[in-house]
Design a protein around this ligand. Structure first.
Ligand code: GUN
Length: 293
């Protein structure tokens, strides 16, 4: 078996074209969707995510306002910027890039974002509504994965999905969304994490494995069953002297040996990554549209 490559770039391009059309329609009606992004410090990965978000907004016709603060910015300074964006009538979505240099203030900063503008879906109100299956902004990476599977013709309904990783951003919301009785979910879900002895015991049982571990190539071919579907959320930098930039990008899965065994797999890069930003545009458009509803 040679695996089908789940082309996140292509699915994202298709969805972004739809978003661009709807953005133009809304702008025509006098509401141009606007996204405010706060970046604190100069972590290279965060900087490149934020640049990619800006470019994607521009391409979709969405207004993007970026606020850069030094790593030394105080909690009060960050909260003041969030407050400004909360009150800005041309901004419909707010994103504070994580991790913050001081992780201990993340919770308070996220809690300050108005839930009506919480396009990341990280506010406790958004998380609670998601958990209950109520309408809300869904977190971008989990939501993007569900759309990628759906648009690639892979149903989660009735499948056993094993999620590896329990982060607030990916693993736990994903397990929750998959378990809901919705069009994108309705799966049987197992959530594995660092406290799980012998993760392979569970992943070998899975119809769909979703790896959101954050460590390179830890899910190996012997840990998945023949014909499984693999979604790799990891974007890890691995030192590689043969590359000009000194590193290569690796997923959480050992990609090459899996190709002959599984039925479908997302590449890194070009799989889940492009979907995350797409869902951010989707939520920002939705938030702007609500102002007319
Ligand atoms: N850092 C890594 N992924 C994300 C994301 O989806 N949103 C924010 N705000 N920060 C991140």
């Amino acid at each position: 078996m040679t695996a089908k490559i789940l082309d996140g770039k292509a699915v994202a391009a298709e969805m972004r074209a739809e978003i661009k059309t709807k953005t133009a329609e809304l702008t025509e009606k006098g509401v141009r969707p606007g996204l405010g992004v706060i970046l604190v410090g100069d972590d290279p990965a965060s900087r490149s995510y934020v640049t990619a978000k800006e470019k994607a907004c521009e391409e979709a016709g969405i207004l993007s306002r970026e606020i850069r603060l030094p790593a030394s910015a105080s909690k009060a300074e960050i909260l003041a910027e969030v407050d400004q964006l909360n009150h800005a009538s041309d901004i419909h979505g707010i994103l504070v890039q994580l991790p913050l240099p001081d992780a201990s203030i993340e919770e308070e900063v996220l809690n300050t974002i108005l839930p009506e503008k919480d396009v990341d879906g990280f506010h406790p109100v958004s998380v609670g509504k998601m958990m209950l299956g109520l309408p809300t902004f869904l977190p971008c990476t989990p939501h993007g994965i569900l759309h990628l599977l759906k648009r690639s013709g892979i149903e989660c309904k009735g499948k056993h999905v094993v999620v590896v990783g329990r982060s607030n951003i990916v693993g736990r919301p994903l397990a929750n969304l998959l378990s809901l009785k919705t069009d994108l979910g309705n799966a049987t879900v197992t959530l594995c994490h660092t406290g799980t002895p012998d993760i392979g015991r569970f992943t070998r049982e899975a119809d769909i494995v979703i790896a959101a571990v954050g460590r390179p190539e830890v899910i190996t071919a012997d840990m998945v069953r023949e014909g499984a579907v693999i979604v790799d959320v990891g974007v890890n930098r691995v030192e590689d002297a043969s590359k000009k930039r000194g590193y290569r990008l690796a997923g959480d899965c050992d990609f090459d040996p899996m190709l002959e065994k599984v039925s479908a797999i997302t590449p890194v890069p070009g799989g889940v990554g492009p979907m995350t930003i797409t869902m951010l545009l989707y939520n920002t458009l939705e938030s702007a549209a609500r102002t007319l509803a």
